[in-house]
Ligand binder design. Structure first.
Ligand SMILES: [Zn+2]
Length: 445
């Protein structure tokens, strides 16, 4: 009679001539049998229904279809959610529908597919792959902010908003998030890390905050040099330095390599705004990089180098000098981490002789100036940072950009910025072409 190896083993064990009371052996066998039977039982209920027993144990879990579709081409990319769809949470009991994502929202797709669900990057959530279409956006989702040692806990249901105030998701359970941005008197939102970037929860959907067991290892920034560039050229292509506003591509590359190799962080304008408002933390050695005028040489010569080093920068665009429709070059720079902000719509011109450099904004009619500012912010699709043409600033200019919606505004005065300064009269650190790496290092170190 054929016997299984297991059985043979058991018999052999029983034959061992060791003096152990038979009753102990018997008890051991009974326990073993009970354990084995239990294991078999649970397997029996699991196997035939594959995945669905969870639905029986927890009525909230649903059976997810597995059509065999392959959504891996979305992995690690942005996807556009075609219509409002379910948000699923993976639990031990299965996938629970636990809220919704809004149609039209861009989502960071993770790197997991389970049945027809794909993971949402940087979250515990999944959505149905059929709800996704390829997105034409490819900007990096990231944050340079350091979270506070404090967590928030949401209400039993809460909404998540993007920076523009569009609701992108509703969640039907309570969650806890590290706090990246705190509310203030003008803005009742908390900033959390969601899909690898900062998203927002309104304070009235936060039930509590509590200290978190998270020590901030990094030293924090107390001041930030905001670099000011203008034009770029390539000696290899026959260009030459017209004046100190021109930086050669090799020199720029050396500077960006220095930034990267020495642990500097180039933050975004939104991060800088929150830090200036003392509602967010930036790491020590944070800098910001600005480029005035959006000259074609920025796209041609500087962008490839910024992309190569993965470093953020901000273009101050003279919007009225651009085609009526934002040209592809600006779109491409924005997606590549070189954000677009305002250098006025049609204010980059003279008109106020006898004041400063004679820039128009110094004596422009208030209403016309506000209209010009709003128009420029709309042109760059959500601008909130202004760069005064020629660096000309007085009370008239400042009240115009304030009423136009600027949260930060930069001059051409020299110096670093820190919280407590007038956010609409911020100095910068000029980068002068041909000055050498030592001077550059000293200006940011
Ligand atoms: Zn300019």
């Amino acid at each position: 009679m054929p016997t299984s190896p297991k059985r043979t083993k058991k018999r052999r064990r029983l034959r061992f001539p060791v003096i152990i009371p038979g009753i102990c052996i018997l008890a051991g066998i009974i326990i073993l049998l009970v354990v084995l039977l239990k294991g078999c039982n649970s397997k029996k209920t699991d196997t035939p229904e594959s995945g669905s027993p969870a639905a029986q144990e927890n009525p909230s879990a649903v059976t997810i279809e597995d059509s065999g579709k392959d959504f891996r081409n979305f992995f690690g990319h942005k996807g556009l959610v075609t219509e409002t769809c379910n948000l699923y949470l993976k639990t031990d009991e299965g996938f629970l529908p636990t809220g919704s994502f809004e149609g039209g929202a861009n989502l960071e797709i993770g790197t997991e597919q389970e049945m027809d669900l794909v993971s949402v990057a940087g979250t515990p959530f999944y959505i149905h792959g059929d709800s996704l279409s390829p997105s034409d956006r490819w900007y990096r989702s990231e944050t340079h902010l350091i979270p506070y040692s404090e967590d928030l806990t949401t209400a039993e249901s809460y909404d998540i908003y993007d920076e523009r105030g569009n609701r992108i998701a509703s969640v039907q359970h309570s969650d806890t998030y590290p706090i990246y941005v705190k509310p203030n008197a003008d803005d009742n939102r908390y900033g959390i890390l969601f899909m690898n970037a900062i998203y927002y929860i309104h304070a009235d959907q936060v039930v509590s905050t509590a200290p978190a067991d998270r020590t901030v290892a990094t030293q924090l920034a107390a001041e930030v040099p905001v670099l000011m560039y203008h034009f770029f050229y390539s000696e290899a292509e026959g260009g030459s330095r017209v004046d100190g506003n021109y930086v050669e591509t090799g020199e720029l590359e050396e500077q960006l390599a220095y930034i990267k190799d020495n642990g500097f962080t180039a933050c975004t304008m939104r991060e800088l705004q929150y830090w200036m408002e003392q509602r967010a933390q930036l790491p020590y050695h944070t800098i910001a990089i600005t480029i005035d005028d959006a000259d074609p040489s920025v796209h041609q010569y500087a962008m490839p180098i910024f992309v190569k080093y993965g470093i953020n920068a901000t273009n101050f665009v003279i919007c009225g000098w651009q085609p009526a429709e934002m040209p592809y070059e600006l779109w491409e720079m924005r997606e590549n981490g070189m954000e677009l902000q305002s250098h006025g719509f049609l204010t980059h011109t003279g008109g106020c002789s006898g004041m400063g450099h004679g820039g128009l904004l110094l004596c422009m009619d208030h209403a016309a100036g506000v209209e010009d500012t709003i128009r420029s912010f709309d042109y760059v699709d959500g601008g909130f940072v202004y760069c005064y043409p020629f660096g000309d600033i007085n009370e008239n200019a400042e009240s115009i950009v304030r009423d136009g919606g600027a949260k930060l505004a930069f001059t051409t005065e020299g110096g670093r910025i820190h919280p407590g300064m007038d956010p609409l009269a911020l100095p910068r650190v000029r980068v002068t072409g041909g000055n050498g790496l030592n001077a550059f290092a000293a200006s940011i170190g």
